[in-house]
Design a protein around this ligand. Sequence first.
Ligand code: ZN
Length: 255
Amino acid sequence: MNLTWLGTAGFIVKSPEGEIAFDPFLSRGRGAQSPFTPQSFQNTRALFVGHGHFDHTFDVPDIVKASELTVFAPGLTGQVLKLRGVPGSRLLRASNDEILFRPYKLRAFHSSHSRFDIPLVLSTMKRCGIKGCLEACHLGLAYPKGLVQTYFFELKGKKVLFISSAGCTDQELETYRKLEVDYLLAPLQGHTSIQQIAARMTAIINPKVVIPHHHDDFFPPLSQSISVEGYKEQLSIRGFQGKVVEIPLFKDAQI
Ligand SMILES: [Zn+2]
C-alpha cells in the first residue's frame, strides 16, 4: 500500500482495495502551502475523522463537495460537520461496534486527546500575541474536540494504527498493544514534553515501524515544528527496537 502524508495528521492510503484518507488539513494558514486541494480526493472512498479540532476537520466540507467519498466522524464532530454543510447522506457515525470499511477491515477505538500543558499554552500565547490568541479562541469554540477516535485497519496482512492525538490512557495503550501493530502513525504535537509522551506511547504499543506525523509547523504561529530527532532519542532511551520511518512533508512511502 502507499501512504501519503498530507501534513498535520492527514494521510491518504492507496491500495488496489480502495483509497481512504484520515484527517486532511490542507488550508494551513501561513504554514508551508499544501500541494493538495479538495480535488485531490476524487478517488477516495472513505474519509475518517479522528476528532473535531480545526486542524482535523476544517477542509472536510470542501473535500466532500469536490468528491464522492463518505465521511466517518465521531458523534458531535459529525453534527458540527452537518452544520458546516456536509450532507447527512455523505456522513456516517464512526461507531466502535462494527467494521467501518470492509476492504480494510477498519475499526475505531475510543481514544483520548493530549492535555495542553501550561508551559505550552504560555509559549503559544507569546508567539501568537493578542490577535492570534483571539483567533485561537475562536477556532477552539467553532471546532470542538468532541469524541476522539483511533483507527485500526488490516490490509494484506499488515496492521496499521492511526492515532490523531497523543493523550492515550494506559488502558487504551494496552488495548492497542494487543492489536500487534505493524505500522503506528504517531502524533507529535500538543504538549511541551510530546517527544517523551509519544515515545512512551510507542514503546508500549510496540509496533514494528512507527511513522511520526503532526510535527510540521502546520498553522504558524499557533503551531510549531517538533523535532523528530528528539523523539528518536527518547525512543532509544526506552529501548524501542522498531524502525522509525519519516515521510517527508507532502510526500509518500510504500509500506
Ligand atoms: Zn486536537
